[in-house]
Design a protein around this ligand. Structure first.
Ligand code: NDP
Length: 244
């Protein structure tokens, strides 16, 4: 069963809600022992209790020492999904340095920190799966998204750099790039009638993504079905990046 994740442990950062939660559920349904993460201990514990066999590990993915301690406490991590992320929409000239750093730290540097903590164990075991959650903004810019798009573009290249260094150790590092999904992160956009109409007209599928739309892609990248797939970015975007 090449999509079977029985016996594998899977850490999904930022899985207390939204896309991370849907991917955690999908990995658990495929047999993985899931680790639920977020900054809130209470939310992580509550969500973990709702998923078969899951445990909670609350830590801030931008905090170097918290990441090191949090990952070390888990033992083997066979699958790592670097999903935690935030958005802040403003024109470039309106961003403070602190805001810029917060967005880049959460969406890009976090993947470096968590992977740096988890990869040595994968290298030792000669196998591992890393799935970075990119975005259509890894490829396409839009006004008010500068630090977010810069971070997601960087995450695309970090995915390829991980492939370059770790493929020989039996690790596959790939990325999922979601289009526009209805979550807390996009609340301001789903509530904006003009944006909603633009999106439905722009996306070939004619609708917003729903978190469960990522289930197949994450199970594929986490499982042995993708053992010879490495450094790839899979756009799960209803066709948005395929058409003008
Ligand atoms: P949500 O805001 O719904 O969820 C974000 C999750 O990340 C929460 O669990 C949050 O928990 C956690 N989180 C945020 N900051 C940190 C941190 N510093 N440390 C640990 N956990 C953190 O967002 P989405 O589910 O929409 O987004 C998930 C990922 O998908 C992000 O990387 C986003 O950029 C990406 N994405 C989303 C798209 C969309 O349309 N929704 C499109 C393309 C990409 P808490 O706040 O309690 O810490």
């Amino acid at each position: 069963m090449s999509f079977d994740l029985s016996g594998r442990s899977a850490l999904v950062t930022g899985s207390t809600r939204g896309l991370g939660l849907a991917m955690a559920r999908a990995l658990a349904e495929a047999g993985a022992r899931v680790v639920v993460n977020g900054r809130s201990e209470e939310a992580a514990t509550e969500v973990a209790a709702s998923i078969d066999g899951a445990v909670a590990a609350a830590f801030d993915v931008t905090d170097e020492s918290a990441v090191a301690a949090g990952v070390a406490a888990l033992g083997a991590v066979d699958v790592l999904v670097n999903n935690a992320g935030i958005g802040l929409r403003k024109p470039i000239l309106g961003f403070s340095l602190e805001e810029w750093k917060r967005v880049v730290d959460t969406n890009l540097t976090s993947a470096f920190l968590v992977s740096r903590a988890a990869a040595p164990g994968m290298i030792e075991r000669g196998s591992g799966k890393i799935v970075n959650i990119c975005s259509v903004t890894s490829e396409l810019a839009r006004e008010t998204t500068a630090p977010y798009a810069a971070a997601k573009g960087g995450l695309k290249m970090l995915t390829r750099a991980m492939c370059a260094e770790w493929a020989r150790h039996g690790i596959q590092a790939n990325a999922i790039a979601p289009g526009y999904f209805d979550t807390d992160l996009t609340q301001a956009l789903t509530a904006d009638a003009a944006f909603d109409a633009w999106l439905r007209a722009r996306v070939p599928a004619g609708r917003w993504g729903v978190p469960a739309d990522l289930a197949g892609a994450v199970v594929f990248f986490a499982s042995s079905a993708s053992d010879y797939v490495n450094g790839q970015i899979l756009y799960v975007d209803g066709g948005l990046t395929a058409v003008v």
